[in-house]
Each structure stands twice: as structure tokens, then as C-alpha cells.
Write a protein that binds this ligand. Structure first.
Ligand code: ADP
Ligand code: MG
Length: 334
């Protein structure tokens, strides 16, 4: 009898293992490296669907693709509104919400300035001050006009342009999560160029471990580890895309008030939230707004926490971050 039970248990154990599939895939979309890892019987199919969806989002929201919704809005700036897909409408609406919460430090009309600097491209340069001042006048999130009835978006003035690069990856990560749910995936790691969604827990039931990059060190060296289940983790930092000119670092997060890369003391802003669009939308702006306001704003938003690193290697944590969530591993930081 016991032998039979053991055999049955063994069988369940073995077939259970055979049925559980882990699939992993790397790809390129939304201007960044995508890494997807999912556990479940339909993991491969789920990943195929997710990659399809990412390309669709890219086609709709890229500022570089002429046929994208964003380009259509930009081409018609100062002229007329353009009807866009629900995805795009939702993302631009959200972007403006965060612009308001973050007092305009986050501003999706930043595109003319981003283009002027062209950081991360072959054309990157420090622009003339006069050019910056002129371009700065085009940046104003209050000039985005929505028509809810027709799903159309218009920019008030000629030459204004949208760039949802600071928030689209968060939206995309949430969409991948939802696709994974549809395929009954209960454990997955969604990594869109560092914009991470840790779905469920690891297969053994333990929390996902996600490192926070040391801003002063090569990629993969962490200052600490986050342990999370079913959370989004998004970091904005000055170490991802930048160039150095005359010993000065010019990174890709532009302060819409000055027209220059943000000079706040924050060098890394990590947002831990239930939805990645919140994390992405908030991380870019809080990075610019400065440590005191950043802490205050995040504390007032229910269900969202943050870890900031300032240039003097100080770490600031909001009240929801305790030892069970974050372990500091680099003693140079305090
Ligand atoms: P990453 O894309 O490197 O993960 P972010 O989410 O912080 O980083 O977004 C940076 C991108 O957002 C820039 O490459 C640019 O396209 C856009 N951007 C830069 N400055 C701003 C800003 N102040 N507000 C909104 N978007 C911005
Ligand atoms: Mg962002």
C-alpha cells in the first residue's frame, strides 16, 4: 500500500514538473532590451503574445515612427487634433496626470528639447543656450488638448511635440502582465529595459529578488536588494543614457524648467508600486523634483513607495520600505 502511494506521489511530482514550463526570451522593442521569463504550461505562447503586444505599443507610441499616433499628433501640432488608439489616449492622459502631480517636472511635451540634445544618439551635443531658451518655450503640458468624445489629442502650438518615452514602458509592462494572467501564468519576471514587473512569486513561492543598481558602478553591481511579490519596480537614473563633455555628465532626463539635464541631488529614483505605469510616470519626475518634495509626494500616494539615492550616497526610503522589502548590501551607502 505504502509503495503504491509513494509511486503515485512520485508520478504526480514528476508529471507536475513536466507540465510546468519555464520559458525565457530576449528581444528588442520600445527602444530597449526586453527580457521575459514566465512559468506555466502556456508560457511560450504567453511570451509570443506579449512580444506582439510590445511591438504594437511601439508602433503606436514611438516618436520616431512616422505612422505612430504620437507622430500624427506631432505633425499636426498647432493645426488640428488627431484621433488616436485607446492605448495612446490612455498613456497621454496618464502622462498629464503625473505632470500635474509632479508640478511639471514630468512633461510629455518635452520632445523638442529631447531632440535638441539628442542624448543617446549620434547627434548628441550640448546645444547653444539661446537655442535651449527658444525650445523651452514649446514645452508645456497645459497645451495638450483632449477630446474625450473623439479620442483625439491636439497640441496647441506649431512645433510642439509629445514624447511618451518616460512612461510608455510602464504601460507596456502592465499590458504584458495582463497577457500573462490570461495565459494563467502565476510566476514571471517582466523586464523592459530595467522597468520591471515581478509577477507573483518565484516558482518555489519565495519573493522575487531585484537589485537596485549602484549608480557609480558598472551594470549589475547593486547597492541593495528588493524582495517583492507582484510588484512593479522602476528606476530612473543618470547612469543609463548620457554623454560626457568637458568632464561634465549630460544625462537623458531633462528638467523642463531649465532645458538642461536635471541637476537635482537625486541620482537614482526607484518606485515600487502595483502598476508599472505609476512607477514609470513617477520615477522620471521625482528624479527631477528634488529629494524633499519627492519624499513628500510619494508618501501622500497610497500604495506607492520609493527608494532614492542622492549624490552623497545617502539612501532615502519612504515609510512602507522595511527590512522585509529592502536589504542594503553596499556599506558605502547609508
Ligand atoms: P528610461 O527611459 O531610461 O527608463 P525614464 O523613464 O526616466 O528613463 O524616461 C526618460 C525618457 O523620458 C527620456 O529618454 C525622454 O524620452 C523622456 N524625458 C526626458 N525628460 C523628461 C521629462 N522631464 N518629462 C517627461 N519625459 C522626459
Ligand atoms: Mg519613466
Amino acid at each position: 500500500m505504502i509503495v503504491i502511494i509513494i509511486v503515485i506521489l512520485f508520478f504526480i511530482f514528476v508529471t507536475g514538473k513536466i507540465e510546468k514550463h519555464e520559458a525565457t526570451r530576449s528581444s528588442y522593442a520600445l527602444g530597449t532590451l526586453i527580457n521575459l521569463r514566465a512559468n506555466g504550461n502556456k508560457a511560450k505562447m504567453a511570451i509570443d503574445k506579449a512580444l506582439e503586444r510590445l511591438n504594437q505599443i511601439d508602433d503606436r507610441m514611438s516618436a520616431f515612427k512616422e505612422s505612430s499616433d504620437i507622430s500624427k499628433i506631432n505633425f499636426n501640432a498647432g493645426n488640428k487634433g488627431k484621433k488616436v488608439n485607446n492605448d495612446t489616449y490612455f498613456v497621454v492622459k496618464k502622462a498629464i496626470e503625473y505632470s500635474k502631480v509632479l508640478e511639471g517636472t514630468f512633461d510629455p511635451t518635452i520632445r523638442p528639447l529631447v531632440k535638441l540634445w539628442s542624448i543617446g544618439t549620434k547627434e548628441e551635443k550640448v546645444p547653444e543656450k539661446s537655442q535651449i531658451e527658444k525650445t523651452l518655450k514649446l514645452v508645456n503640458y497645459n497645451d495638450v488638448i483632449f477630446d474625450d468624445k473623439n479620442n483625439s489629442i491636439m497640441l496647441k502650438h506649431d512645433k510642439q511635440a509629445l514624447d511618451v518615452g518616460g512612461i510608455a514602458k510602464g504601460f507596456a509592462a502592465d499590458e504584458v502582465r495582463d497577457i500573462f494572467y490570461q495565459y494563467n501564468i502565476k510566476s514571471a519576471l517582466i523586464d523592459l529595459g530595467g522597468n520591471i514587473f515581478a509577477l507573483g512569486s518565484k516558482e518555489d513561492g519565495s519573493a522575487w529578488k531585484v537589485g537596485i543598481q549602484n549608480p557609480f558602478k558598472p551594470r549589475g553591481e547593486f547597492i541593495g536588494i528588493l524582495s517583492v511579490k507582484n510588484k512593479s519596480i522602476v528606476t530612473s537614473g543618470n547612469y543609463e543614457r548620457y554623454f560626457i563633455k568637458d568632464g561634465k555628465r549630460f544625462h537623458h532626463i531633462i528638467d523642463p524648467k531649465t532645458g538642461y539635464p536635471s541637476e537635482s541631488k537625486i541620482i537614482s529614483a526607484t518606485i515600487i508600486s502595483d502598476n508599472s505605469i505609476e512607477g514609470d510616470g513617477l520615477s522620471t519626475g521625482v528624479y527631477i523634483i528634488g529629494i524633499d518634495k519627492a519624499m513628500k509626494i510619494i508618501e501622500t500616494i497610497e500604495g506607492i513607495d520609493a527608494i532614492f539615492i542622492t549624490e552623497d550616497k545617502k539612501i532615502y526610503k519612504t515609510s512602507g520600505i522595511d527590512e522585509s522589502i529592502f536589504t542594503l548590501t553596499d556599506s558605502e551607502f547609508f
